[in-house]
Ligand binder design. Structure first.
Ligand SMILES: [Zn+2]
Length: 100
């Protein structure tokens, strides 16, 4: 089945793991990870591609490397922003996330 994929979102997911691995001091819970992704994606241009079966075959080659650089820069900023203002109480453990 062919569907639309935001390639920027895929890159953000891939690179988030790398960025988090380099910042062990910040919270890695799912809430913070999603907040970081949302923050980064709101500051990045979307790159929609048609894909089938999860395979992306029409990515514009020229912009991939450039996009990756932008993604990492946006993620670093997003990590800092979320680390400053986490949506849950820092003193509680990772298992007691308050949701709104
Ligand atoms: Zn967290």
């Amino acid at each position: 089945m062919t569907k639309l994929t935001n390639y920027t979102e895929k890159l953000v997911k891939d690179e988030l793991r790398m960025v988090l691995a380099s910042k062990p001091e910040i919270c890695h819970c799912r809430t913070c990870q999603l907040d970081i992704m949302a923050h980064a994606l709101n500051n990045l241009p979307p790159h929609y591609v048609a894909s089938d079966g999860g395979h992306i075959h029409t990515m514009v080659n020229m912009s991939t490397a450039q996009l990756k650089v932008q993604v990492i820069a946006a993620l670093v900023k997003a990590v800092e922003a979320v680390a400053r203002h986490p949506r849950h109480n820092k003193k509680r453990g990772l298992n007691t996330i308050s949701r709104q």
